[in-house]
Ligand binder design. Structure first.
Ligand code: GN1
Ligand code: MG
Length: 345
């Protein structure tokens, strides 16, 4: 895929069924994977995304899942008030492939919405956890077949750990010696790689990427508006979603806080996640699933530390970086959060 730029984005808009032509177009959001733009027209705004085909080799699977999720959520509005609605191309498809090979999609823009990178208070966290739980619940009766696996082995923590071991052994970018404490911290937690998977929990349709910034809030009232970034919604464990909430909401710092000694997991934030999430799903999940949530948090922190450290050792091939060592910094934050969680529980 070529890296789509703003002119390519503007041109891509013309392939979609929009009510008026695009006037302004701007970069939007902070996702690590796709390029997102806000396109303004006289008849409202639209969200355009240049999709990352290196990360998601089967973009048709994403488009098919997205259409099914949108259709099902429309029938089950749940607690969240606003729908994420994909827009078709003029030829009736969900995706547009441009002459340079870049693949695009469009959603209606949701006005008056904000997202948080760091939660400002436990009230926001409880609201977010309830909204992500509600999303799982609404998808629980999605008619068969299951959604397509857009990224096979996405939360296969054993596989992520094996990839880390491979990067350590081969040291492709010559960075191993600069990451000795982080490598040791992950190797000594090896049992976490398989502990959750070994519990044999039920597969549910889950979001799989419940980062706080994958939820839109009403800028005026603070209510949850809509869960976004559905690309990894597919079969998985409830504990994975819970774990990613702890990872992204329970800490006091950004995912790339440079001073890892400042990073702490705050008990009142953990309580808010548990309260909000269980408020939505306690009557639906099995006791074994509820019992697995805390292990889910440790597992996802461990897994994300493995992913960031693997990418650092591999030479930053997956996550975009803003400065040398950025992925090592991110891995350290995950490790500090994990140590802080271990000290609390
Ligand atoms: C990516 O795209 P975004 O920023 O929502 C990643 C997640 C990671 C996260 C780390 C498809 O999510 O799995 O947890 O970055 N998504 C993919 O911040 O790899
Ligand atoms: Mg995102």
């Amino acid at each position: 895929m070529t890296t789509p730029d703003i002119e390519a984005a503007r041109a891509a808009c013309t392939a979609f069924e929009l009510p008026a032509h695009v006037q302004g177009i701007y970069r939007h959001g902070n996702g690590h994977i796709h390029q997102t733009y806000r396109a303004g027209t006289a008849a409202g705004d639209f969200l355009l995304q240049g999709l990352n085909a290196q990360v998601f080799p089967d973009l048709e699977a994403i488009a098919e899942n997205t259409a099914r999720i949108a259709g099902h959520l429309a029938l089950h509005p749940g607690r969240t008030r606003v729908r994420l609605t994909p827009r078709p191309t003029r030829t009736g498809n969900w995706l547009h492939r441009d002459a340079a090979g870049a693949v695009w999609r469009v959603f209606d823009f949701i006005p008056g919405a904000i997202c948080h990178e760091i939660a400002p208070n436990p009230g926001i966290i409880e609201t977010a956890a309830r909204a992500f739980g509600d999303y799982q619940l609404r998808l629980a009766d999605l008619p068969a077949p299951p959604l397509r696996e857009t990224l096979p082995g996405f939360h296969d923590t054993r596989r992520r750990f094996t990839q880390l071991e491979h990067a350590i052994a081969t040291d492709p970018a010559g960075r191993r010696d600069g990451a000795t404490p982080e490598i040791a911290a992950l190797l000594e937690r090896r049992p976490l790689a398989g502990a959750l998977q070994d519990l044999d929990l039920p597969q549910r349709t889950v979001h799989n990427d419940t980062k706080l910034n994958n939820l839109l809030f009403d800028a005026a009232t603070g209510e949850a508006l809509c869960v976004i970034d559905w690309d990894t919604t597919m079969p998985g464990l409830a504990a994975h979603d819970y774990g990613d909430m702890v990872r992204t909401m329970a800490g006091n710092c950004a995912e790339d806080e440079p001073d890892a000694s400042r990073v702490l997991l705050l008990p009142e934030r953990l309580d808010a996640i548990r309260r909000g999430y269980l408020d939505a799903v306690a009557d639906w999940l099995t006791p074994a699933e509820i019992g697995s949530l805390e292990l889910g948090a440790r597992t996802i922190l461990f897994e994300q530390a493995c992913r960031f450290l693997t990418d650092h050792l591999a030479g930053d091939v997956y996550y975009p970086v803003n400065q040398p060592g950025h992925n090592l910094v991110r891995a350290r934050v995950q490790l500090s959060l994990l140590a802080s969680l271990e000290a609390l529980t």
